[in-house]
Design a protein around this ligand. Structure first.
Ligand code: PRX
Length: 686
């Protein structure tokens, strides 16, 4: 294991002292989008919120925002009762303690989130399309109505119960984006089981680690995934993972292709098995604070952590934010193209849209298959009104020119969302001017796996409120961001940068890390007592608008996917010839950040760099996932270290970014000469 210092502190001082993103954080972007017309139905807000009509003192958006901070019980209590279906009303809106990292919302309430997501729509609009499965081949989409989804969910729920899955049991799901994936998640929720969806791009090792950490006895998977015309083996990967998961008792496999895969004693064909069960299943009566799901994400140290989200707070928060941030209206076609294996897919591909009775598009393909016009051809064919994607896709697509966009009719579009990483100015302008023909709201939404839903976004806001490029701008209702300096002091002015923290709890906040509440407290609540620390830095512009300046810890954001540098180092260090490694991020034109690995070999290693680099790439692919494979691996004679043996990542980051003239004082290093050797090598290979 490489020697590591205290991740956050190191990251923090890097951010403050080196002003990592200062260049972009202090720029004053011109206002380029101005809404002048307030809709007749939205007296206080670009999104109409009828719950507060006639409430004394609420005349403007600002009044309502103030109320949400001043009286969260009134604000969230009213929305929770009107937007979500309850079996038993709650008797206390919240009981939260930021110091102790203890959050409880809607206490005493009983519900089953599937009643909000499915049953109530089956009663009112059974034949409305719930899901459009936009399959890999353009033009082969399938529609699933609310009633059909209800039946699928119930059959899987009954099947799971009959196979011994009980309330509270974890179920691992490793599937491609598909209606059966959604039905499987909902089926777990129906019977009170806890789903743990693992992104279907993860390796067998990663999958095994997540299955074991969750303690899952049940796995739901598919034979293959199909993406960009290529098959991805899922069942074989599950089989490999299960060699390390003795606790798994049963595997249900959906069939995406006609290809044969090996089936063992524990394996069942999902479609055939579920078909034997009734299409009705009584929903389990869950407590507001029972666990709904867990989802793993990377942190700066250690193994990925399983963030736990609970029933009521999560469904209230995703329902409300989905409607208000995107200004979702009942007939809109909503397309979140993120994979359901990530939190974006959970909250805005599944739970938020279904709870609002939306038609949600499930995107199985890639942005460039069969060509870079895929999204826009889909928008025309499906008449998509709201699109939600990642900036990395925009950066990739804009390189192919405008004609791939303009040849398709995009007149259905009204809101263009993005998430996962900063939306740089060029990508914003292309999205706004070319894709949206200068008439759509572009909503750059900031949030995290931990937050459950969107916390900072330009919408909702007052009618006519501006949207500025390069920043998510405005805290959502009830969200109270604070910026802190290194000493934990609050920076109250405008035009300041600091650690982005949240002072007030919101219903969607994760409740713990599965199996380690201590770790939950350490990561998010100890650094700055009394607030939730996001791990991100932010700049507050004039008007109180927030711009995210990047991670302050050792997390790299590759194409909107979070990766811990420690995870990658651990994988590299498993190679028998490797002595030590240090992984850093570097600016990457398309991916936002790329992965750069510096590796030293043991004295007795006999292999050459040319032999070892492909082995290391393969190792990371099998230990973690393809997207974690470094863009650059540099085999170095040594790493720059302080005399006490701490690796100077600051220097390695500068070299990776080709900022060789700005390495700072290296005279205090144990072996200063190693830096020049690394710089020369970097120049050769990059
Ligand atoms: O660094 C921030 C970045 O993504 C991190 C959260 O990653 P994850 O938990 O995987 O969730 C991604 C999707 C919700 C954040 O800590 N991030 C997310 N949205 C933005 C962003 N950075 C800048 N601008 C955003 N809009």
């Amino acid at each position: 294991m490489a020697h590591r210092g205290a991740g956050l502190c190191r990251g923090f001082s890097r951010y403050i002292k080196e002003s990592k993103l200062a260049a972009c954080s202090v720029k004053k972007w011109p206002i380029i989008l101005r809404r002048t017309m307030a809709s007749a139905s939205s007296p206080i807000c670009t999104t109409y919120i009828p719950e507060f009509d006639g409430t004394s003192g609420i005349k403007s958006y600002q009044d309502l925002h103030d109320l949400s901070l001043r009286d969260p019980d009134l604000f969230w209590g009213r929305l929770a009762r009107s937007r979500v279906k309850w079996m038993t009303d709650f008797d206390q809106v919240q009981k939260c303690d930021m110091e102790k990292g203890d959050f409880k919302w809607f206490l005493g309430g009983k519900l089953n989130v599937t009643e909000s997501c499915i049953d109530r729509h089956v009663e009112s609009t059974p034949n409305k399309v719930a899901l459009i499965w936009e399959k890999d081949e353009p033009g082969t989409e399938e529609h699933v109505t609310y009633k059909e989804l209800y039946h699928k969910m119930n059959q899987i729920a009954n099947m799971l119960k009959d196979h011994g899955v009980k309330r509270g049991d974890p179920v691992a799901i490793y599937m491609p984006v598909s209606p059966l994936l959604v039905a499987s998640m909902l089926a777990c929720a129906r019977i009170g089981a806890v789903h743990s969806v693992v992104f279907a791009g993860f390796s067998a090792e990663s999958l095994a680690a997540r299955i074991n950490d969750a303690g899952a006895e049940t796995v739901i998977t598919s034979d293959f995934a199909v993406r960009g015309g290529k098959l991805v083996e899922l069942k074989n990967t599950v089989d490999a993972a299960l060699e390390k998961c003795p606790g798994v008792k049963r595997v249900f496999m959906a069939t995406r292709t006609n290809k044969e895969v090996s089936m063992g004693e524990k394996d069942f064909l999902l479609k055939e098995e579920m078909a034997q069960y009734p299409e009705m299943c009584i929903p389990e009566k869950m407590d507001s604070e029972d666990t709904l799901f867990m989802l793993y994400t990377s942190g700066s140290t250690g193994k990925p952590k399983g963030l736990v989200h609970t029933q009521a707070g999560y469904i209230v928060y995703t329902t409300v934010t989905h409607q208000m941030v995107f200004n979702y209206q009942p007939e809109d076609i909503f397309a979140c193209v993120a994979d359901i294996g990530w939190i974006t897919g959970h909250s805005y591909g599944v739970y938020g849209p279904l709870s609002n009775g939306a038609t949600s598009v499930l995107f199985e393909s890639t942005p460039t298959y069969p060509d870079p016009g895929r999204y826009w051809e889909m928008v025309e064919r499906l008449k998509v009104n709201i699109l939600y994607l990642a900036p990395t896709a925009l950066r990739l697509l804009l390189k192919s020119g405008d004609s791939f966009v303009t040849k398709y009719d995009r007149s259905s579009l009204k809101t263009l969302g993005c998430v996962g990483e900063p939306l740089n100015r060029e990508a914003f302008e292309w999205y706004h001017d070319i894709v949206g023909e200068k008439r759509c709201d572009v909503v750059d939404t900031w949030w995290q796996t931990e937050t459950g839903g969107i916390l900072i976004s330009p919408r909702p806001s007052a009618p006519g409120a501006e949207i500025r490029p390069g920043m998510p701008m405005r805290p959502f209702f009830g969200v109270d961001p604070v910026l802190l300096n290194e000493k934990g002091e609050e920076l109250t002015d405008e035009n300041v940068s600091g650690a982005l923290c949240l002072r007030k709890p919101w219903p969607g906040i994760a409740r713990t890390i599965h199996g380690s509440h201590e770790r939950f407290l350490d990561v998010y609540f100890k650094m700055f007592p009394g607030v939730y620390f996001t791990g991100d830095g932010a700049h507050r512009h004039e008007g109180g608008h927030y711009q995210i300046t990047g991670r302050m810890d050792d997390v790299i954001n590759v194409s909107g996917h979070r990766l811990g540098t420690a995870e990658i180092e651990d994988a590299i260090d498993e190679h028998p010839s490797v002595a030590e490694s240090a992984v850093v991020g570097f600016p990457h034109e398309i991916k936002g950040e790329g992965v750069y690995a510096y590796v030293t070999l043991k004295d007795d290693a006999t292999q050459t760099a040319a032999d070892i680099i492909p082995e290391l790439r393969n190792l990371i692919k099998t230990q973690i996932a393809s997207y974690a494979v470094p863009d650059i691996i540099l085999i170095a004679p040594g790493l720059p270290k302080t005399r006490s043996g701490k690796i100077m990542r600051r220097i390695l980051r500068k070299i990776a970014a080709s900022q060789h003239d700005d390495l700072g004082d290296i005279s205090t290093l144990a072996e200063p000469g190693v830096v020049q050797v690394i710089v020369d090598h970097h120049n050769e290979i990059s």
